[in-house]
Design a protein around this ligand. Structure first.
Ligand code: FES
Length: 113
C-alpha cells in the first residue's frame, strides 16, 4: 500500500494499492484534487508532487500538452494521468475557497493580528 497526503485538503492522508491512479484515489477517498474530464484533456487536475516525485510513473504525452518542461521539473503532474507506486504528498491551487494554497503569501489581515 502507498500513502498519499493531500496537502491542499488539510493534509488528509489516504492509502491505496501500489500503481493506483492519483485522481481515482482522490475521488474514492475525497482527496479533493480538482478535475473535469478525467481523461487528460482539460488540464484541470494539474497538481504538484511536493514529496515523492520519484514514486510517480512516466510523464504521458497528454501531460505535455498542458505542462511545460519547467513545470515537470518543479514536480507538476496531471493527476488523471499519474500513477503512484510509493508514498507521495500532493498539493494543488485551490479555486473554490476551500483548502490551502501552498506557497501563497500569508493573509496580511491575519498576519497582522
Ligand atoms: S481531469 Fe482533465 S486532464 Fe485530468
Amino acid at each position: 500500500m502507498v500513502q498519499i497526503t493531500f496537502i491542499s485538503n488539510g493534509g488528509m492522508v489516504a492509502t491505496a494499492p501500489e500503481n493506483s491512479n492519483l485522481l481515482r484515489v482522490s475521488l474514492k477517498e475525497k482527496g479533493g484534487i480538482p478535475f473535469k474530464c478525467g481523461g487528460g484533456l482539460c488540464g484541470t487536475c494539474k497538481c504538484r508532487i511536493e514529496e515523492g516525485l520519484e514514486h510517480t510513473d512516466a510523464i504521458k504525452p497528454k501531460e505535455r500538452k498542458h505542462l511545460r518542461p519547467e513545470d515537470f521539473e518543479a514536480g507538476y503532474r496531471m493527476a488523471c494521468q499519474t500513477f503512484v507506486n510509493g508514498d507521495i504528498k500532493v498539493s494543488w491551487v485551490v479555486q473554490n475557497g476551500k483548502g490551502i494554497v501552498v506557497g501563497a503569501p500569508a493573509d496580511p489581515v491575519q498576519a497582522a493580528t
